[in-house]
Write a protein that binds this ligand. Structure first.
Ligand code: KIV
Length: 314
């Protein structure tokens, strides 16, 4: 097994990397707009951005600044990440793994992902909301790609869509862009093609680096406003980053990309088990939730909850 072939969806196929994926809402949206300046280590173009647009990601690349993207699948989490200043919230098809309990991203449908997209859009005031087009919902034809992307914009209130691509899908990307919908082209390891790619494998090694560059340039020419590079060698990602004029965002693609994206359940420790080597863990949410649930059960079983202060009197 080669290094870093865990996949962030949560799928852990034998001998491969574990996967990286592991107000429609329940209340009024409060103004949780990020005070980005309060936590920026230094003055940044992001301090002045009240609502993240595709042009701001382009500006980040032009000015040599970075941006952060996290997956997000629900309203309350969207409010937290939005308030934290995360520039892009990705409603990934990894919701199949992380919300629905699937072992792959292949199963989730458009009808399942659109409500999650709408929930995230309801919680996001500043962040750009990027919706993944599920497997089978855009590959058939450019017309199918446009029809699906339109649904995510109209019904999901997405601001842009992401498509997992290869050279054969260039016309599909161009058609969606021509319909007025911003497209992120996902290249490198594309989980929807897990079986065609022979499993969770690092892309862009050796002569494959030239193919990665070719598809990147084709997607830029087709009008994609950003490239997402997943599980590529750092060198091949750096070559793409310097060859294209659009911003790039990486997951397991080294440090040269304009932005970085992680699956939040991986990064914040909600998922247990072996994580891809590119994941940095920032919290132990599994531990925090487990501890809280045990404390609640202990209180209930011992009769210490509810106490008088939790009880209505006549
Ligand atoms: O669906 C997803 O979570 C993704 C990320 C791994 C980039 O595509």
């Amino acid at each position: 097994m080669t290094q870093s072939e865990h996949h962030p969806t949560g799928a852990h196929p034998l001998g491969e990397e574990p996967g990286p994926y592991g107000t429609g809402a329940t209340g009024q949206a409060t103004d949780q707009r990020a005070d980005v300046s309060s936590f920026s280590p230094q003055a940044s173009m992001w301090d002045a951005v009240r609502k993240v647009r595709t042009r701001h990601l382009a500006q980040a690349k032009a000015t040599g600044e970075k941006f952060a993207m996290l997956t997000c699948y629900d309203f309350l989490t969207a409010q937290v990440f939005d308030a934290a200043g995360i520039e892009v919230l990705l409603v990934g098809d990894s919701a199949g793994n992380n919300v629905l309990g699937h072992t792959s991203t292949l199963n989730i449908t458009v009808d399942q992902l659109i409500p999650l997209t709408a929930a995230v859009a309801a919680g996001a005031q500043r962040s750009l909301v990027l919706a993944d087009l599920p497997f089978g919902s855009y590959q058939l034809s450019p017309e199918q790609a446009v029809a699906t992307a339109v649904r995510f914009m109209k019904e999901g209130n997405a601001h842009a869509v992401k498509m997992e691509v290869h050279a054969g899908l260039t016309d599909h990307v161009r058609a969606v862009v021509n319909a007025g919908i911003p497209v992120v082209a996902h290249i490198g390891f594309t989980p929807q093609s897990e079986h065609a790619l022979g499993g969770f494998r690092v892309q862009g090694r050796g002569s494959a680096a030239a193919d990665l560059l070719d598809v990147a340039l084709a997607m830029e020419a087709a009008g994609a406003f950003c490239l997402l590079l997943e599980m590529t060698t750092a060198e091949s990602a750096a070559a793409v980053e310097s060859a294209v004029s659009i911003p790039t965002v990486g997951i397991g693609a080294g440090g040269s990309t304009t932005g970085q994206v992680l699956v939040w359940q991986d990064a914040f420790g909600l998922r247990r088990g072996k994580l891809p080597r590119f994941v940095k863990q920032y919290a132990d949410l599994y531990g925090t939730l487990h501890e809280a649930a045990v404390a609640f059960r202990t209180d209930v079983c011992s009769g210490t909850y509810p106490a008088p202060e939790h009880t209505f009197e006549s």
